[in-house]
Design a protein around this ligand. Structure first.
Ligand SMILES: Cc1cc2nc3c(=O)[nH]c(=O)nc-3n(C[C@H](O)[C@H](O)[C@H](O)COP(=O)(O)OP(=O)(O)OC[C@H]3O[C@@H](n4cnc5c(N)ncnc54)[C@H](O)[C@@H]3O)c2cc1C
Length: 463
């Protein structure tokens, strides 16, 4: 029997399957459970799990150069910003290339997880969609949570006052100008100014579709282009030895040079400097505003039947409201008393580990700029090294201090919003992680490379 701990991976999106690859590389035994019949999570358009927020026209905002896995180059013939179907194809090739597909247990949901007194994880599974029992229990030594964080729609809270006679929907269920509603000839309000709001408003505001389209937002944001000077904008990255504050200043100057002042397009003036909030990315939105097809409104104040009244006192006849107001971070398989992310805030060492639970790992639970796709790949390599004794964690107090200083560095300068609780700069994060890994490798070596988590779960299953 292997002395290495046995791992459970929840979810086979890109965070889950890149974690599986790293464990496989180190010979760590694992099971990976996926509630759907496909890998790819969010990027599987029409995913039968109901959790994908993909719309028919969605192209990834991260360029192919930045989203590609370190271990598996993206096809040369892909466009700079692939369509969601190409992203999913790339994921599928990754699984097939590394022989991971047969390791995934499809149509199997992790419904509950309990931490046992000895630190092992009791995992309850619903295998009924695969023809198995609706309640089955397995035990694991370590748990990788890879359930994604863009599937539980966040609605404005509290809800706006008054009664609205039209349709209200969240961007999560938007598919196309014809599904789930026919948007042609309609008066539409899109609430929010994140990436989904930019895309959906730009698409629906085209003359053959909306009659009128307004974007309602509490505050202005900076809208970044996908290209600057003919080059893919996210490809240019500054060396990590330049302090983050200086990188931000330089990037802010580049954004100002590239797009100028938001108010010159008729957008609200942001109440923060560029990069003091998560920037939105769109190659179309500013032009559509400039063309007058998208008109701006402040936040909604109240509903009055078929009218929406805004906080500036204006009112419009509206048929459909699309809330592009973000997502809640949720772990439905944990008792909330045990663990939850209140207001989307879950402080973690290197965005992966709660210091008091060193055998529980959150993968891809971050808002990294410019990419989340290959983020867990980096975390997983580090954690696989940890599980085989090649890296040792610092003690709890050091981890707690690092969490505080990392949060200050990454989000201290942002305005308060649930959108900004997990922000990291991808390059800086990876650079810091490598430094921490080196330090931990020395700690592990000095202690004789002991396994940090012992294999206890297998004996429970046998019992
Ligand atoms: C509209 C939109 C556009 C985006 N654009 C970009 C972009 O341009 N660049 C970028 O980097 N990121 C983007 N993202 C972020 C996106 O979340 C990530 O790219 C990526 O999908 C995260 O992968 P994941 O594996 O962490 O989560 P997901 O892709 O959500 O996968 C989670 C998987 O876990 C499974 N699962 C969940 N719960 C259970 C359970 N209890 N039991 C078993 N399985 C379970 C799900 O079925 C799913 O397959 C975008 C997100 C949205 C919504």
């Amino acid at each position: 029997m292997s002395k290495l701990p046995k791992a459970c991976i929840i979810g086979a999106g890109c965070s889950g399957f890149s974690t599986a690859k790293a464990l496989q590389d180190k010979g760590i035994p694992f099971d990976i459970f996926e509630l759907s019949d496909t890998v790819g999570g969010n990027w599987a358009y029409g995913n039968k799990n109901g959790m994908s927020a993909c719309y028919s026209s969605l192209h990834i905002d991260t360029s192919k150069y930045r989203m590609q896995f370190e271990d598996f180059p993206i096809p040369d013939d892909y466009p700079d910003f692939p369509h969601h179907a190409q992203v999913l194809d790339y994921f599928n090739s990754y699984l097939d290339h590394f022989g991971l597909r047969e390791k995934v247990t499809f149509n199997t949901a992790v419904t509950h997880v309990d931490r046992m007194d000895d630190g092992t994880w009791k995992v309850t599974l619903d295998r009924s969609a695969a023809g198995g029992p609706s309640q089955d229990v397995d035990y694991y030594d370590v748990l990788f949570v890879c359930n994604g964080h863009h599937w539980s729609p966040r609605w404005p809270t509290p809800a706006f006052e008054g009664e609205f006679d039209g349709v209200q929907m969240h961007a999560h269920s938007y598919l196309s100008p014809f599904e789930p509603h026919d948007f042609r000839g309609k008066n539409i309000v899109v609430v929010g100014m994140g990436n989904s709001a930019m895309d959906i408003a730009s698409e629906l505001s085209q003359k053959p579709i909306a009659k009128s389209l307004w974007v309602a937002a509490r505050r202005g944001v900076y809208v970044m282009p996908k290209y600057i000077g003919g080059q893919v904008a996210d490809k240019a990255s500054l060396p990590t030895w330049i302090p983050l504050w200086a990188q931000r200043k330089l990037a802010a100057m580049a954004i100002k040079r590239a797009v100028g002042n938001m108010e010159d397009y008729g957008l609200p003036k942001p109440d923060h400097a560029p990069l003091e909030g998560h920037p939105s990315v769109s190659g179309e939105f500013l032009t559509r505003v400039g063309c007058g097809d998208i008109r701006m409104k402040p936040n909604i104040e109240r509903f009055e039947g078929n009218q929406v009244r805004f906080t500036d006192g204006s009112a419009e006849d509206v048929d459909i409201i699309v809330y592009a107001t973000g997502y809640n971070v949720e772990f439905p398989f944990f008792d909330p008393d045990f663990l939850s992310a209140k207001d989307n805030h879950l402080p973690l060492f290197k965005r992966a580990i709660r210091p008091d639970l060193p055998n529980l790992f959150f993968m891809g639970l971050a808002q990294p700029l410019p990419t989340l796709i290959n983020f867990a790949e980096q975390q997983a390599k580090w954690l696989a090294a940890y599980l085989v004794g090649e890296y040792a964690l610092p003690d709890e107090a050091v981890m707690e201090a690092a969490i505080l200083s990392d949060e200050k560095m990454y989000i201290g300068h942002f305005y308060e919003s649930p959108r900004h609780k997990m922000q990291v700069d991808f390059n800086r994060y990876v650079n810091d992680l490598k430094k921490e890994w080196k330090k931990g490798a020395k700690r592990a070596k000095a202690a004789g490379n002991p396994l940090p988590i012992l294999a206890k779960a297998a004996s429970k299953e046998a019992a």
